[in-house]
Design a protein around this ligand. Structure first.
Ligand SMILES: *Cc1c(COP(=O)(O)O)cnc(C)c1O
Length: 441
């Protein structure tokens, strides 16, 4: 675009120079964008390819319209809007009633291990805002931080402000994506600011057992490493590796999360300090509402400075939008248990059918999901790397899917299981033909 010529009476003949940006903003990168840069989704199909595009790259449960939020969620937001109570500035850490609703939702009661009050909660701009806040408060350029691999690569983007060194600990696909504990432990040193956990996992669709989480917690306790636990999929899990934990055989707690199948880290790590990340984006199927939270778990009282840091960080942007914050107590109180269970039934149904279909395609190795909204599938085909694979799949079959490289893992692809099953099955038919043409020689 060429600049418009408007004469400037104050400085005739002196054109404006292009405005420069900060070095911080230049460092912000989107790893996914970089990997799929060569693919133009709006490009017309290749000659001879007469198929509509199937876009499986969108990790957003609202895009196909098949998984709407609960009517109670919408009603609570309408009521919030009409109440006139959401017009002013909330406290920068969030309205007290919103924080209390979050606290009550996660508090395990006098006989539980994880106690939460509203003073432990900071409201944020989605889980993304919570993650950026937690990372920025805990780490700086002298720190290293431990991230899983594969991972939700936004963690890397959110680490830009902190400028910390990122160290990746391996997750083991052959063990349902459990942590390689020895590898994790080998990465810790005196400059480790925190360890990020993500369970249930994006992109793995895995859900760790209570025993495995206790093993991780033991390492964290041994080295006194703070955990940031990204539990944006808390309660969105229907299966777990290993023996069924005792809690799973006890009655489900109405309105709570799927305790027993899903294990909240803070409920088994003892008194060790944790920041728990959450949001209404995924379990309530409304990522656009942009409300999340950080919960401080600190029975030993070693996080006083961190609490202050979170408050200060919150002060920068004065908290997330007031209307959804005010609706939060109603959303939690009124959403029936059947909403959560039917969401999970649907995710399980779709992921099982998809898994079974993919298993029948030579060259593919799907892994059965246990939770979250994803199925990850390995491939062994004649391509140099993931970039070549997704580019060919797009141009030959008009399927777009995020490759494992977008999650720092090569030779995998990630399906989103909130996609309607007929769309996925259609994609599988094309994938089958594609794989037949590209078997390893
Ligand atoms: C979607 C997602 C987030 C971000 O959630 P928002 O509330 O939409 O910001 C964070 N972590 C993981 C693992 C996710 O999949």
């Amino acid at each position: 675009m060429s600049p418009v010529t408007i004469s400037d009476p104050a400085a005739p003949g002196k054109p404006w120079k292009a405005v420069r940006t900060s070095s911080l903003s230049k460092r912000i990168a989107n790893p996914i964008r970089e990997i799929i840069a060569g693919i133009d989704l709006s490009a017309p199909p290749e000659k001879g390819v007469d198929k509509p595009l199937i876009n499986l790259g969108l990790g957003d449960p609202s895009v196909f319209g098949n998984m709407p939020p609960a009517p109670e969620t919408i009603e609570a937001i309408e009521a919030s809007l009409k109440s006139g109570r959401a017009l002013g500035y909330p406290e920068s850490v969030g309205y007290p009633d919103a924080r209390e609703a979050v606290a009550n939702y996660f508090d395990e009661g006098p006989s539980g291990n994880w106690r939460v009050t509203k003073n432990d909660v900071v409201m944020t701009h989605g889980a993304s805002g919570a993650l950026e806040m937690a990372i920025s408060v805990l780490a700086d350029s002298k720190s290293n931080v431990l991230f899983p691999k594969p991972l939700f690569t936004a963690y890397e983007t959110m680490s830009t402000i902190a400028g910390c060194e990122i160290r990746y600990y391996d997750l083991l696909p052959e063990q349902n994506w459990e942590v390689d504990l020895a590898h994790l432990e080998s990465l810790i040193d005196e400059n480790t600011a925190f360890c990020m956990l993500n369970n249930p996992s994006n992109p793995c669709g895995s859900n760790w057992s209570e025993a495995h989480i206790r093993d991780i917690a033991a390492i964290m306790a041994r080295h006194q490493v703070v955990v940031v636990s990204d539990e944006v999929y808390a309660g969105l899990a229907w299966d777990v590796s290993g023996p069924t934990p005792a809690a799973a055989t006890q009655p489900r707690v109405e309105g709570k999360f799927n305790r027993g199948v899903f294990t909240p880290y803070a409920s088994v790590c003892g008194p060790a300090p944790v920041l728990v990340i959450g949001a209404i984006s995924k379990r309530w199927l409304a990522p656009g509402f942009r409300v999340g939270w950080v919960i401080v778990h600190d029975p030993l009282g070693v996080m006083g400075e961190v609490r202050q840091g979170l408050s200060k960080w919150a002060f920068r942007i004065q908290g997330p939008n007031s209307t959804v914050q005010r609706a939060l107590p109603g959303i939690f109180a009124n959403t029936p248990e059947s909403f959560y269970t039917s969401t999970m039934d649907e995710l399980k149904r779709v992921s099982t059918a998809l898994y079974e279909r993919l298993q029948r395609i030579p060259g593919l190795k799907p892994i059965l999901p246990q939770g979250a909204m994803y199925l990850i599938c390995g491939y062994d085909l004649d391509f140099a790397d993931d970039k070549a694979f997704v580019t060919a799949l797009h141009s030959e079959e008009r399927i777009f899917i995020l490759p494992g490289a977008c999650f720092r893992l090569d030779r995998y692809m990630r399906f989103v299981t909130t996609t309607p099953l007929p769309v996925l099955m259609d994609a599988c038919d094309r994938l089958e033909a594609f794989c037949a043409r590209h078997q390893r020689k």
